[in-house]
Design a protein around this ligand. Structure first.
Ligand SMILES: [Zn+2]
Length: 266
């Protein structure tokens, strides 16, 4: 589903929990931690290893490939919880990214009855959980970071601020394109409807109404007469298209006077 992790060949590193008040509380990079990496979440630490690097006697039999099994030991990675020695075994692809096959959680050679259930060790109650964080890369492609971590509190599924912003933008674009397409159908028009982000147009136009040439305040929201709207330079009714080239920022009131009013719900 995802392209090969571009971080496959990077040096080992630590992924820490950042101080309160940070933009995003957890360090991540690429699709998952790799062998040699360490992940610290709220004081609980796991280290990622390759199963082939373990001494033979330390590998639970349940994890070893047997005749007819679909995996090889070379593909098996494990998270080792440094506080308790508990280990979580999973299958990876060639970039050490977890696949959907989980081989189990163990204390020593003893499997936990419930892989993700609570267990007692070293005077505490712990549990394994799957940390799933959605982010976007430099090229705006979304990807998911997956890590098997042990702790007293779990890290929920999270979106990084960049992913959240992208998601909001896509929703805006989709809403705007949807309303324009509906409007065109109403008017019996067939024209190009580009999926464009109204906010990007407002930014492009410097928050200056392109009709009256005065500032548009971002804080004003519909139905405020002075709120930002998308105006079509050539009106849809005159054959104009809903494209980046044909849209501009205008006050709603200015748009109304021009007669091309069409509200966009941001
Ligand atoms: Zn205006």
């Amino acid at each position: 589903m995802f392209s090969p992790d571009p971080q496959g060949a990077r040096p080992a590193r630590a992924f820490r929990t950042l101080p309160a008040g940070s933009l995003f509380p957890y360090e991540i990079q690429g699709y998952s931690p790799k062998p040699g990496d360490v992940v610290e979440r709220h004081g609980s630490v796991i280290a990622v290893h390759r199963a082939v690097d373990l001494p033979d006697y330390a590998i639970p039999w349940q994890v070893r490939p047997h005749s007819g099994s679909s995996w090889q030991l070379e593909q098996v990675a494990l998270s080792v919880h440094t506080q308790t020695g508990a280990a979580f075994y999973y299958l990876t692809d060639h970039t050490w990214t977890p696949t959907s096959l989980i081989l189990g959680a163990f204390l020593g050679l003893k499997p936990l009855d419930d892989t993700f259930g609570p267990f007692e060790a070293e005077g505490g109650t712990w549990r394994w959980y799957t940390e799933i964080i959605r982010d976007v890369d430099e090229t705006d492609q979304e990807y998911t970071w997956t890590a098997f971590v042990c702790g007293k509190e779990s890290v929920p599924r999270l979106w990084t601020p960049a992913y959240a912003a992208r998601s909001e933008r896509l929703q805006r674009v989709s809403r705007a394109a949807g309303s324009y397409a509906a409007r065109m159908r109403e008017l019996g028009l067939e024209a190009t409807v580009e999926r464009l982000d109204p906010l990007a147009v407002y930014e492009r136009d410097g928050w200056i109404c392109q009709i009256c040439k005065t500032a548009v305040e971002r804080e004003r929201a519909w139905p405020d007469m002075w709120c930002a709207t998308l105006d079509h330079r050539i009106p849809l009714t005159a054959g104009g298209e809903h494209t980046l080239l044909n849209v501009q920022l205008a006050h709603w009131i200015c748009n109304l006077h021009k007669g091309d009013y069409f509200p966009v719900d941001l």
